[in-house]
Design a protein around this ligand. Structure first.
Ligand SMILES: [Ca+2]
Ligand SMILES: [Ca+2]
Ligand SMILES: [Ca+2]
Ligand SMILES: [Ca+2]
Length: 194
């Protein structure tokens, strides 16, 4: 079973883009089938009809961690990292129990700034809002061994990637740019030369 899912993961990573998902058997991705899964960054989180378990990590009698489950399955955990009563980190889980996504509000303003996306519990993608305004203009892709493979940047925040940085052994080797603004790179530059 593990070997099979690893093989599927490797296959998935061969593609140019890696979709979020639980990488488990068919039918277990029902929660993710829509274009907008329940996420803090889409502001569509719900606790309605779910079991909510509260925890008080710093023992000040105020809860700071919540586990939200449905039908005995843990959907997500919410954490208040700075103990101000507002949630800053959301952890979303696969039916298998593997971590699927991590949403983080780094500057505690209520907007998600970083999303880490996992497959079979391994980090494959990191989406970053570098100006903390909720636009994920930098996306980092990781290989199965954990090394950085590519960074895509939407420098002018028009929703289209314009710069592709390719990495090998965590070193920048090539940069691609989209000069005709069609969303794919046209000009490449070798970044290894001295
Ligand atoms: Ca507390
Ligand atoms: Ca907080
Ligand atoms: Ca924020
Ligand atoms: Ca182009």
């Amino acid at each position: 079973m593990k070997t099979l899912s690893r093989a599927l993961l490797a296959l998935a990573l061969l593609g140019s883009s890696v979709a979020a998902g639980c990488a488990t058997g068919a039918g277990e991705d029902d929660e993710l089938s829509g274009p907008r899964p329940e996420r803090a960054r889409y502001k569509n989180l719900s606790r309605s009809g779910r079991d909510v378990a509260e925890h008080d990590l710093n023992r000040d009698t105020e809860p700071d961690q919540w586990a939200i489950s449905a039908g005995g399955r843990l959907l997500r955990e919410e954490r208040d990292m700075n103990f101000d009563g507002a949630v800053d980190v959301y952890l979303h889980y696969c039916p298998s129990g593997d971590l699927l996504e991590e949403e983080m509000d780094l500057d505690v303003d209520g907007l998600i700034d970083v999303v880490n996306i996992y497959r079979s519990g391994v980090l494959v993608r990191k989406e970053m809002s570098i100006d903390f305004r909720g636009q994920f203009s930098v996306v980092k892709y990781y290989a199965t061994d954990g090394t950085l493979s590519r960074i895509e940047r939407d420098s002018n925040e028009d929703g289209k990637v314009d710069t592709w940085e390719y990495f090998q052994d965590n070193k920048l080797i090539r940069v691609g740019r989209d000069v005709d603004r069609d969303g794919s790179p046209d000009v490449f530059k070798d970044a290894t030369g001295g």
